[in-house]
Write a protein of this length. Structure first.
Length: 65
């Protein structure tokens, strides 16, 4: 996927906090694209990915491969 850099929002400062403004259209497109995504963080020093898969399968009962 190629990104046209000229379409990226221009960063600015709101007080001393870096900020960007995102159009409602871009926000809606992002929400639509990721509406079925699960976003989170795991500490893989304490739990292995295989264990996460087992727990997820028990809780969600996924179908297919």
């Amino acid at each position: 996927m190629e990104i046209d850099v000229s379409e990226l929002p221009v960063p600015s400062l709101e007080g001393n906090i870096p900020s960007i403004r995102i159009t409602q259209k871009a926000l809606d497109r992002g929400i639509s694209f990721y509406k079925f995504s699960l976003v989170g963080r795991l500490d893989f020093q304490r739990i292995k990915l295989d264990k996460v898969r087992v727990i997820a399968a028990e809780k969600w009962s996924p179908q297919g491969n």
